[in-house]
Design a protein around this ligand. Structure first.
Ligand SMILES: C[S@@+](CC[C@H](N)C(=O)[O-])C[C@H]1O[C@@H](n2cnc3c(N)ncnc32)[C@H](O)[C@@H]1O
Length: 370
């Protein structure tokens, strides 16, 4: 009888079940609800693949126990759990993890130690609201020795990192240039080679206009183990907040993310590819380019009356939006103040919460005037 200890001869704990790894939470029958709440908390802290890591370790237990060397099995396993082998297993790269473990056993058998290179996690910090971090992002943040972050990472997100992790700003402050991508890459490699668990926090998702690809390649080239942890990109966070469906049956069958800031030497944006009226266009880094965006899209054939929105500082406490027509885009951009901001163009904007609120306000004004 779950909540009647006096009628029971044994206790049902609340269970976190990850295969080989099981956590049981009991309250001696005092409060199964409390045990369930606690289980929910623990569920979010224990990586989903911890059981797979345990199974891998179990398969190699005897081989590790048989290693004839100065390193004890306990120390060997400790290094596995705290190092890149566990990082690979927990991120679903089980074959690589197994290969690395076999190599580590072989090296230890020859009385040597695997290199101490730490793992770099390229982590998406989301658009601002810390509650939008993924569980894996939270787990690696809480394990980090050092966190490199840029100007788009909200303070609330950084606070979720391990208290004594070193925090290094590598972004651009207003008016001052950043340290440059080459230098960031160098710092990441250096920290990993020093054996540290490195988190590289990037606003939104690392692979959406975030230069995550370049960092990944630099780390690979330096032989540093890398794990990419996706994040909620600004378009998804801002659209959710604004109640703006980016696609909609028969009205918006395509969504395109485009940057208004092209790299030096890149071909200019081909607006004609975005002319189709069923395409929702989300423009990153476009706050200062609203005129160019408006002119490009209208010249490509989008109607000047197409609904448009500017969503600034989305999911942050000071989020602000402005809605109107495509031909009003520069005025909308001027109305929201500072970035970061997205421009959104497409019929679905007319379904968003700010648009509906604006329409209700206009209707009330008409009624007042009458
Ligand atoms: C260098 S890009 C980085 C994009 C990021 N990797 C992502 O996935 O969201 C910076 C641009 O993202 C957009 N952005 C980032 N965070 C935002 C937010 N909270 N609200 C609106 N736009 C945001 C802005 O257009 C900003 O200029």
């Amino acid at each position: 009888v779950v909540d009647r200890p006096d009628l029971s001869s044994f206790i049902f704990p609340a269970i976190v079940d990850r295969g080989e790894v099981v956590v049981a939470i009991g309250t001696a029958g005092a409060s199964p609800v409390l045990a369930r709440r606690l289980r929910e908390r623990i569920e979010s802290l224990v990586p989903a693949r911890i059981g797979e890591l345990a199974a891998l370790m179990s398969r190699y237990r005897c081989r590790v126990a048989a290693i004839k060397s100065t390193i004890s099995p306990r120390l060997f396993w400790q290094r596995v759990i705290d190092g890149p082998i566990a990082d690979l297993a927990l991120s679903g790269r089980s074959r690589e993890a197994e290969g690395a473990l076999a190599r580590a056993i072989e090296t230890a058998g020859r009385g040597r130690r695997e290199s101490e290179t730490g793992t770099v996690f390229l982590v998406g910090a989301g658009p601002g609201d810390p509650d939008l971090l993924t569980l894996r992002a939270l787990q690696v943040l809480q394990d980090a020795d050092i966190v490199f972050y840029d100007e788009l990472v909200a303070a609330g997100v950084l606070e979720r990192a391990r208290r004594d992790a070193e925090r290094v700003f590598v972004g651009k402050r207003r008016g001052a240039p950043g340290i440059g991508q080459g230098e960031i890459n160098r710092k990441l490699v250096q920290a990993a080679h020093a054996g540290r668990r490195v988190v590289r926090l990037k606003g939104g998702d690392p692979f959406v206009f975030g230069r995550g690809g370049e960092e990944l390649e630099a780390l690979r080239a330096a032989g540093v183990p890398v794990v990419v942890v996706p994040g909620v990109t600004a378009a998804l966070g801002c659209a959710a907040e604004a109640g703006l469906p980016l696609t909609y049956r028969s009205e918006a069958s395509r969504v395109t993310f485009v940057t208004a800031q092209q790299a030096k030497g890149a071909a200019p944006i081909d607006w004609s590819a975005l002319a189709d009226r069923t395409t929702t266009v989300v423009i990153y880094m476009g706050l200062a380019e609203a005129e160019t965006v408006r002119d490009g899209l209208i010249a490509a054939g989008r109607a000047p009356s197409t609904p448009a929105a500017v969503l600034a500082r989305g999911t942050r406490p000071d989020a602000q939006s402005a809605v109107g027509r495509l031909d009003e885009l520069p005025a909308l951009a001027a109305a929201v103040g500072e970035g970061p901001a997205l421009l959104v163009v497409g019929n679905v904007v007319a379904r968003s919460t700010p648009w509906l609120a604006e329409a209700a306000r206009a209707a009330a004004d008409v009624q007042d005037a009458a």
